[in-house]
Design a protein around this ligand. Structure first.
Ligand code: 1GP
Length: 241
């Protein structure tokens, strides 16, 4: 699984709770993006997740589920991304829901398809921040400390710097970039066109684009090449540990 994400530079995130027409979905799936992540914070059900998965699979693009609700874990995805929110005081979002899932589904969990994401949630106005009670007031150093913990103490495969809905603070993005050595660094939040896409791509391994798909499909599609034409950040940053 870890190998699968090594080549992900650009990812579109689609929300099962939001409508997308077939033309737009086709354009997204055939855009040259490396994968589609299915996920959202609210209104996620088994039926809307299964429905979106089967529509995406018609186009043959890699498709992963970001698990946010235990009742909406649908079999058939290429991979399952498991978020752990590192900057919340509420342990439910670090290990609580995860423990309940293992207790409930134990033997049925396809461990080999799972990838854990160490989330650092930094936009206080986002649904994910409200839901998880994340401490979004972290300094750049605080965010970098979370990234070091995910990368080195927890050896998670993914560190996900999440600004969902607004573009991130560049100093924080740089500090997190420098802290992440082994993990793959995902960035998501406020990438709504080529300029943000290039900047995010210069500071992260994988750029996730979500909201703009639903408001301006043309701008959303323009982020694919912008990301892919930007040299990967790992060529310029490396961890000292
Ligand atoms: C959301 O990180 C993703 O989980 C993408 O953010 O919706 O702001 O593009 P946007």
């Amino acid at each position: 699984m870890r190998q699968m994400i090594e080549n992900w530079r650009h990812v579109f995130k689609l929300d099962p709770d939001r409508e997308i027409g077939e033309g737009e979905l086709r354009a997204v799936c055939q855009s040259g993006t490396d994968a589609i992540l299915v996920g959202g914070s609210t209104g996620i059900t088994y039926d809307n997740t299964a429905g979106l998965m089967s529509r995406i699979q018609d186009y043959g693009v890699t498709c992963a589920l970001e698990v946010s609700d235990l009742s909406a874990v649908v079999p058939g995805f290429d991979a399952y991304m498991i978020p752990m929110v590192l900057n919340t005081p509420d342990s439910a979002w670090i290990i609580g829901h995860h423990r309940r899932a293992v207790e409930r589904y134990g033997d049925f969990i396809p461990w080999e398809l799972l990838l854990t994401e160490g989330y650092i949630v930094l936009n206080g106005n986002s649904a994910v921040a409200r839901l998880t009670g994340a401490d979004t007031g972290l300094s750049a150093d605080g965010a970098a400390a979370c990234a070091h913990i995910a990368d080195k103490l927890m050896t998670l495969p993914i560190v996900y710097l999440e600004y969902s809905g607004s573009f991130g603070d560049v100093e924080t993005m740089k500090a997190v970039r420098e802290a992440v050595g082994r993990a793959r660094l995902f960035y998501g939040g406020g990438v709504t066109g080529q300029e943000e896409a290039k900047l995010a791509a210069s500071l992260a391994d994988t750029v996730v684009v979500g909201n703009i798909i639903y408001s301006d499909i043309g701008r959303a599609l323009s982020t694919v090449n912008a990301v892919k034409q930007t040299p990967p950040s790992s060529e310029r940053y490396s961890s000292s540990i």
